[in-house]
Design a protein around this ligand. Structure first.
Ligand code: GLY
Ligand code: MN
Ligand code: MN
Length: 450
C-alpha cells in the first residue's frame, strides 16, 4: 500500500462566483443564460458509465450531479444565479448515494436561489418571458433543446406575454474564459500532470518483452486511482511496435515484443482537470540505433517547439518549429529526399508527421478555445495551457524507406503552461531523454526484483 495521497485544494467557492459574475458581466441586461449539467449515460442494459459532469456547468458551479440546470440572470449591477437540481430522496439516496438537494446546493455553491428540477416547467417559462436573448448551449443536450423550444413556442403563442427571447449560443464567452487558466486551475493541472508523469515512470519500470499492452495500461491506471484520480482524461493508448502508427489505437491487447518500441499516451483527470502525456520507449529497455536516430529527431523537435511556447508568439510558431526539425531530420536520415524548405512547403513531411504539434488542455483533453481569431493564428497569452506533441510515424509497408525504420512510431507529448517567465512544463517529471528512460527502465527493474 502506498502512502496516503496528498490532496490538492479544489476551486474555491469565491472563484466559482467570480466566474459567474464575469460571464454575466459579458451578457447584456435583459438576457438570460442557461447552462445544463450532463446526463447519466447508459452503458448497457441497466448499467451506467461513471458520471462525468459537463465541463461548462462544472466550471461555473462545482456542482457534480446530473439533472441540474444553472440559470444566470444578468442585471445592471449584480446578476442573479439560480439552480435547479434533484430533490433529496431518502429511498433513492440509499441506493445511489447522497444528493445535495436545492437548499444545500444553493449554500455550497454560493448561489442566490435553488429549486427542485421537477419545478422547472412552473418556473422557467416565467423567467424566459419578456427576455430579449436566451444564451444557451444549443445542440448539446437534445432533450433540453426540445424542452426549451417548447417553452418558447408556448410563450410566443400565448396572448399578453412579454414575448419569447431569441436563442443565442453561449459557447463563445465560456470558451474564451476557460482558455485562460487561473492560479487555482494551474495548481490542479500541475497535480493531474504530476500524477500522470508518475504513472508513466511506473509503467516504464514495469515494461518488458512478453507483457501485454493492457498490462502496461494497468500500471498507469494503478497510479492514477491510487493517487485519487479515478478517471482517465481519454482512453489510454499503449501501442507496441507498429500499433503506434494508429493514432487512436486503444485496443491495447497485443503482446510487447523484444526489439520494438512502445508508445504510451495516457493522462488522468484530477478534480475536473486533465493531463495528456505521451512517452515512447524500448520494450527491452535499450534503444536500437535506428530507434535512437528517429527518437532524437522527435525530441529535438519537441524541445524547439516548447521554446516557442512563449507569450506574444502565435499559435503556429511551435508547430512550425517542430515541422522544420522533423523535416530536416528525415532528410538527414534519407527518409525524405529533396530540399528541406521545398518539402515543408509541399507538405511532403506529412507522410511521417500528419498531426499538429498540440492542442489546448484544461477541463477537456482537447480543450475549448479558438486557435485563430478572424482567420489569423491566435497570440499566445499567460494562463493558456497546451500540449506539445510532435511525432514521427514511419509506414510499415513502404519499400522506398530503409527497412530498419519501417513500422516505427514515436510521439513525445508534454503539457505546457504559458507564463510571463516562459513555458512551464507541467509533465516534466516523466523521463524523456534517452539516457533517463534507459536509466529508469534499468533501475526500476532492479528495484522490483529486490
Ligand atoms: N491523447 C489525445 C491527444 O494526444 O490528443
Ligand atoms: Mn494530446
Ligand atoms: Mn495524448
Amino acid at each position: 500500500m502506498s502512502k496516503t495521497p496528498k490532496t490538492t485544494a479544489g476551486i474555491s467557492r469565491s472563484e466559482y462566483a467570480r466566474r459567474r459574475n464575469r460571464l454575466m458581466a459579458e451578457l447584456p441586461a435583459g438576457s438570460l443564460a442557461i447552462v445544463s449539467s450532463a446526463g447519466e449515460q447508459l452503458r448497457s442494459r441497466d448499467t451506467f458509465f461513471p458520471f462525468r459532469q459537463d465541463s461548462d456547468f462544472l466550471y461555473l458551479t462545482g456542482f457534480d450531479e446530473p439533472e441540474a440546470l444553472l440559470v444566470l440572470v444578468p442585471g445592471r449591477t449584480q446578476g442573479e444565479t439560480l439552480l435547479f437540481c434533484r430533490e433529496r430522496d431518502t429511498e433513492k439516496e440509499k441506493w445511489d448515494g447522497p444528493r445535495l438537494g436545492p437548499e444545500r446546493a444553493m449554500q455550497q455553491c454560493g448561489l442566490n436561489d435553488a429549486f427542485p428540477i421537477g419545478d422547472l416547467d412552473d418556473i422557467l417559462p416565467g423567467l424566459l418571458e419578456g427576455r430579449e436573448l436566451l444564451y444557451f448551449p444549443m445542440g448539446r443536450y437534445a432533450h433540453l433543446d426540445k424542452r426549451i423550444r417548447n417553452y418558447l413556442e408556448r410563450i410566443t403563442a400565448a396572448p399578453n406575454t412579454g414575448g419569447a427571447p431569441e436563442m443565442v449560443d453561449l459557447d463563445y464567452q465560456l470558451r474564451e474564459m476557460r482558455l485562460i487558466k487561473s492560479a487555482q486551475e494551474i495548481r490542479l493541472m500541475e497535480q493531474a500532470a504530476k500524477i500522470s508523469a508518475e504513472a508513466h515512470s511506473r509503467a516504464m519500470t514495469r515494461c518488458q518483452p512478453g507483457l501485454y499492452e493492457y498490462q502496461l495500461e494497468a500500471a498507469l491506471l494503478h497510479t492514477f486511482v491510487d493517487s485519487g484520480a479515478r478517471e482517465t482524461a481519454y482512453p489510454t493508448i499503449v501501442g507496441g511496435g507498429s500499433n503506434a502508427l494508429v493514432m487512436h489505437y486503444c485496443s491495447n491487447n497485443a503482446q510487447l515484443r523484444d526489439g520494438d518500441l512502445v508508445l504510451v499516451d495516457a493522462g488522468c483527470e484530477y478534480r475536473g482537470y486533465v493531463a495528456d502525456i505521451t512517452r515512447t520507449y524500448p520494450v527491452n529497455g535499450s534503444f536500437s540505433g535506428p530507434q535512437c536516430a528517429l527518437y532524437e529527431i522527435v525530441l529535438a523537435a519537441q524541445q524547439a517547439a516548447i521554446e516557442q511556447v512563449s507569450v506574444g508568439n502565435h499559435w503556429d510558431h511551435p508547430h512550425a518549429a517542430s515541422v522544420e526539425i522533423i523535416t530536416q531530420g528525415l532528410v538527414d536520415l534519407g527518409l525524405l529526399r529533396g530540399d528541406t524548405q521545398g518539402l515543408i512547403e509541399s507538405g511532403a513531411y506529412r507522410q511521417f508527421y500528419m498531426h499538429r504539434v498540440g492542442h489546448w488542455l484544461g477541463m477537456d483533453v482537447h480543450d475549448v478555445g479558438d486557435y485563430r481569431i478572424h482567420g489569423a493564428w491566435r497570440q499566445l497569452e499567460a494562463g493558456m495551457v497546451m500540449t506539445v506533441e510532435p511525432g514521427i510515424y514511419v509506414p510499415e509497408d513502404d519499400e522506398s524507406i530503409p527497412a530498419e525504420f519501417r513500422g516505427i512510431g514515436i510521439r513525445i507529448e508534454d503539457d505546457v503552461a504559458l507564463t510571463n517567465r516562459g513555458p512551464q512544463i507541467l509533465s516534466a517529471a516523466a523521463p524523456k531523454a534517452i539516457e533517463d528512460i534507459e536509466y529508469t527502465m534499468l533501475h526500476g527493474r532492479d528495484l522490483l526484483t529486490r
